[in-house]
Design a protein around this ligand. Structure first.
Ligand code: GDP
Ligand code: MN
Length: 384
């Protein structure tokens, strides 16, 4: 779950990270009222799930109520990279001496958390990584050990921040690490982390991605659910209770179990195709679930062929085959479907499918054969 900046700042504040006082509003009048209350100058900031708002005109300083009125009016309704601004955040403006970058993410291959810190903040970190990679100080943190004060201090020194920022940065980075781990975040990023002329270090922006699977531990995270932006396909799948991730290719993928769904995505790539999605229908592959999955895939105009990959365990092959046949009676599918059923009652399942086999419903006994067939069909139909 991606948080908006103001939600990220409220999240940070809970862990003691200094952020500016402010309030989120949706109208120009409310923006002025908040600015009058918190005191000028203020910053008017677009709240959208995308970075680079400053460059797009979505972050403006305002010295008085007239300026707030003007900027709030311009920013509300502004389209920033396809995201229309509906909410703005008004906060007390800060004086900036220096802008830094700080973040924590998971480095899966290292099996450790990765902290990144740079004296070159305010700009996109990808640009720094490309043009001046040495300007990013990295630290790999064993989740069991955590981030000690000594390690944080050494890390800050390697990043060559202004020495005035050392104490404040060490403190914030340790709090940011706590927020990242205890808050079950996949990403916590501050860009810019600023040093004020008065010597305080402060989070001027907040980018937070929370692990959606951790909500059982954090009841309050349900409020973030409402501000998530999903593409239409994801919205549709989500409402049907399916585990779905939209991708850019042209082969629709349906599999049972996240592991098999990932392997299916891999094998489509391996035989030279491009998956349009990841879709795990889970254990109960009945007609209802299958019809829902097929509807979601069918509504994606990029899909040129569909690969249904089922390994029967507790779910039986014949039940899945019946589910597919029934689902196809309910959903009008344009794209040809290639099915591979293996595992429990696979033979019975294939037997059922064979009675319905046609040019647009093909059963293949192995994953590789099915993948090759579906990719060839998709390409014939213009998939690229
Ligand atoms: P982003 O462009 O979406 O990353 O939005 P940010 O919140 O990072 O703001 C972009 C830039 O606006 C920052 O890097 C700052 O240079 C500037 N900015 C934001 N807030 C303030 C503020 O309170 N005071 C000043 N002087 N500049 C600010
Ligand atoms: Mn930023």
């Amino acid at each position: 779950m991606d948080l908006l900046e103001y939600q990220g700042k409220q999240f940070f504040a809970r862990y003691g990270i200094p952020v500016s006082d402010g309030e989120a509003v949706t109208t120009v009048d409310d923006a002025v009222a908040v600015a009058d209350r918190i005191g000028y100058p203020v910053v008017v900031k677009a709240q959208v799930h995308v970075g680079g708002r400053g460059k797009a005109g979505g972050v403006k300083l305002a010295d008085d109520a007239d300026a707030v009125r003007e900027h709030a009016g311009n920013i509300l309704g502004l389209d920033i990279k396809g995201h229309v601004v509906r909410t703005i955040w008004i906060e007390v403006a800060s004086d900036i001496a220096e802008e830094y970058y700080a973040s924590f993410t998971l480095d899966r291959s290292a099996k450790k958390h990765l902290g990144m810190l740079s004296a070159e903040g305010g700009v996109e970190i990808e640009t720094v990584a490309e043009e001046n990679p040495d300007a990013i100080a990295k630290i790999w943190i064993d989740p069991v050990d955590g981030l000690s004060e000594a390690d944080a201090r050494d890390w800050v020194e390697r990043a060559n921040l202004n020495p005035d920022a050392t104490e404040g940065a060490v403190d914030i980075l340790r709090k940011l690490y706590t927020a990242y781990t205890e808050g079950d975040a996949d990403l916590t990023e501050i860009n810019p982390l600023i040093l004020k002329p008065t010597g305080e270090v402060h989070a001027l922006d907040a980018k937070v991605t929370l692990d959606g699977n951790s909500t059982f531990r954090h009841e309050d995270y349900s409020e973030y659910e409402q501000t998530q932006v999903r593409d239409e396909r994801e919205e549709d799948a989500h409402s049907k209770g399916l585990q779905y991730v939209g991708l850019d290719g042209y082969v629709g993928v349906i599999a049972n179990g996240a592991g098999l769904a990932m392997s299916t995505v891999d094998i489509v790539n391996q035989v030279g195709g491009k998956p349009a999605n990841f879709l795990d229908i889970g254990g109960g592959a009945n007609a209802e679930v299958m019809a829902g999955a097929l509807e979601v895939i069918n509504n994606d105009p990029k899909v040129k062929a569909i690969f249904i990959n089922i390994f029967g365990g507790i779910t039986k092959g014949d039940e899945v085959a019946n589910g597919i046949v029934t689902a196809l009676e309910r959903v009008d599918i344009d794209a040809p479907i290639v099915i591979r059923i293996d595992g429990t009652n696979a033979a019975e399942g294939r037997e059922i499918l064979s009675r319905h086999e046609s040019a647009s419903l093909i059963s293949k006994p192995t994953m590789v054969e099915a993948a090759e067939t579906v990719v060839a069909l998709a390409k014939e139909r213009g998939g690229q």
